[in-house]
Design a protein around this ligand. Sequence first.
Ligand code: THU
Length: 141
Amino acid sequence: MGNYGRGEKLSAEDWQALKAAAVDAMQNAYAPYSRFSVGAAALTDDGRIVSGCNVENASYGLSLCAECALVGNLHMTGGGLLRAFYCVDAGGNVLMPCGRCRQLLYEFRAPDMELMTTTGIKTMDQVLPDAFGPQHLEETR
Ligand code: THU
């Protein structure tokens, strides 16, 4: 995995490596209720790959998306910010992060974070425009 400076685009090979990490993560999914396994992987600003799978619960609404595990993994392995993100379903097809997970990713976005989407590579701002974020907590204090 190459080391990327600010504003530098990921190579096609590195997008493929992210996809492979997402597919690997997906194999660990615990999805007996939906039978919809998900894997997510991201490249951090210091060159690590972090990943996660969905973990469901008998109390369905408590199920954790793959992105929840990914941000936990980010922090458990040294923190930092996310440069690029890839999410897949059981067939290895690109999956859009759900609305809640876009917010989770937004919190830890590197300035030029990119996401693989079903319609190509997009920025965080394109998939979550006008986002609420830590900056808004300061405004009314
Ligand atoms: N899921 C994710 O893991 N991430 C998403 O962004 C979309 C949905 C999971 C949650 C649930 O376990 C399954 O997919 C079906 O909704």
